[in-house]
Structures are given as structure tokens and as C-alpha cells.
Design a protein around this ligand. Structure first.
Ligand SMILES: O=C(O)CCC(=O)C(=O)O
Length: 245
């Protein structure tokens, strides 16, 4: 069991920070709109409202508690990921899925919450709209895995593909807390072409169809960019997937 789970995940809201620029000198914010950074990938900014974000952060806090809570992930070659993780439904470990936390406390993985599945089904419908029937696995989407990543300040995630699932239904990704720079690459190599996106709290990204097995990762987070009212230090990301298992 991982005893250092909670110090990094405070229960008290952060104190408000000073504005970056004095009032009146703020640059006009650029409008953020639906974007398709690659075929099959859709970014919907501000998809979750403030109340939905708070609710998900609270849910993550509950899921993070042991047993089968938030853990440090050790890679097969001995390296330790800077991102901390928990799984729901099926436990992800490098590189496979199990029903117990085989690389942690050994406890049964927490159940996949049906409401997270419903949210993901709605996410696909709103992201793809009329294109949905053309995306493999989007019709009849039955997600059964949630992976929650917590990025403390300075954490990042190297470019990788989500390949442990047995089918190619889309991945739904929700961002909470600090913003990050997310790189969406191509399906062949870790090199160009890629698109870098800023993902902010409440943003939805789905990647399915031709982008389902694209390399992707988080280059860096932007510390203290989250609304202090969220009461979260760092960034949370929830990906929802269908295992085919
Ligand atoms: O944190 C993110 O936005 C990406 C997470 C991710 O790539 C993954 O869980 O496989």
C-alpha cells in the first residue's frame, strides 16, 4: 500500500494567487473553439462546467484512497513515472491490464463507475456529432476502464500509444486542474508530424478512428494555472477506454 498518496493531493483549496498583469492590462483571451487536430481527434474546450469539474475532482479524491488507490508506477526497466496513477474497472500496469493491482498493493481494482461511462458516451456524441457512425467503435461504445493520472508540478508523460486494449474504440480524455501542453503525434513514429495543444481544466479530447493509436504525451504542465476553487494541486487527467477484454 502506498502511504504517501495524500500529502500530494491536498484537501484544502489553494490560496488565490496574484493576477499576472495588473487589471486593465490583460491581453484579450483568444477564443477557444472545437478543433480537429488530426483525423479522428476532437478537442472541445471547456466541455465540463465548474460544478462538473469539482464533482470529478472529488470523485478522484475518493478513488485515490487505498486500497487500489493512487500509486507510483515503476516501469519494467526500473524507471519511475513522474505521473501517479489509479485505475478503475481494469488495472493498467506497464504493459497490460489485470483485475488486481499486480504492481502495487495487490488489491482488486475499484469498479468502473457507470456514470463515468455515461459521461464518456455523451463526450463521443458531442465531439463527433454526425461523424460518429464513421468512427470505429463509437456506435455502441461500452467503456469499462478509467485511468486517472495525477501530475504534480514538474511531472510529464512521454510519447506513447495506448495499445493494451483489445479493440480500437475511441479514448475519451478529460483534463482537470493545471493546464498542460499535450502532444498528439502520428501512428508510426515519435517524430513529426505532431500537433501541440494546450489542454485546460474542463477540456475534452477524444481520439479515435485514424488517431486511436497515435503517439501522444504531456510535455509539461503549467503550474498554478488552475482555478484555486478547484482545490487541486497539479493536474488530473481521466482517460476512459473500452478494453475489449
Ligand atoms: O494526461 C494526459 O492528458 C494524457 C494521458 C495519457 O496519455 C494516458 O493516460 O495514456
Amino acid at each position: 500500500m502506498d502511504g504517501e498518496t495524500f500529502p500530494r493531493f491536498p484537501t484544502e483549496p489553494l490560496l488565490p494567487t496574484e493576477p499576472l498583469f495588473p487589471a486593465g492590462q490583460l491581453l484579450p483571451a483568444e477564443p477557444r473553439r472545437r478543433a480537429e487536430p488530426a483525423p479522428g481527434a476532437v478537442h472541445l474546450p471547456d466541455w465540463l462546467d465548474a460544478a462538473e469539474q469539482r464533482e470529478l475532482v472529488e470523485a478522484c479524491r475518493a478513488w485515490a484512497r487505498p486500497p487500489a488507490g493512487m500509486r507510483t508506477v515503476r516501469m519494467p526497466r526500473g524507471g519511475v513515472m513522474s505521473v501517479r496513477m489509479l485505475s478503475l474497472g481494469w488495472h493498467w500496469y506497464p504493459y497490460g491490464y489485470a483485475r488486481t493491482v499486480v504492481d502495487g498493493d495487490g488489491a482488486p481494482v475499484k469498479a468502473f463507475p457507470p456514470e463515468l461511462g455515461e459521461l464518456a458516451v455523451r463526450a463521443l456524441a458531442e465531439a463527433y456529432g454526425p461523424q460518429l457512425p464513421g468512427i470505429t467503435g463509437a456506435v455502441g461504445y461500452r467503456p469499462d476502464i478509467g485511468v486517472v493520472n495525477h501530475y504534480p508540478h514538474g511531472a510529464k508523460m512521454g510519447l506513447h500509444r495506448d495499445r493494451e486494449e483489445r479493440i480500437d474504440a475511441p479514448v475519451v480524455s478529460l483534463s482537470l486542474g493545471d493546464s498542460c501542453i499535450f502532444r498528439l503525434g502520428n501512428t508510426e513514429t515519435r517524430t513529426r508530424p505532431w500537433t501541440d495543444l494546450e489542454l485546460r481544466s474542463g477540456d475534452l479530447l477524444v481520439f479515435g478512428g485514424p488517431s486511436r493509436f497515435a503517439y501522444h504525451g504531456v510535455l509539461r504542465t503549467l503550474p498554478d494555472t488552475a482555478d484555486p476553487a478547484l482545490g487541486l494541486v497539479g493536474r488530473l487527467n481521466i482517460t476512459v477506454r473500452q478494453s475489449g477484454l
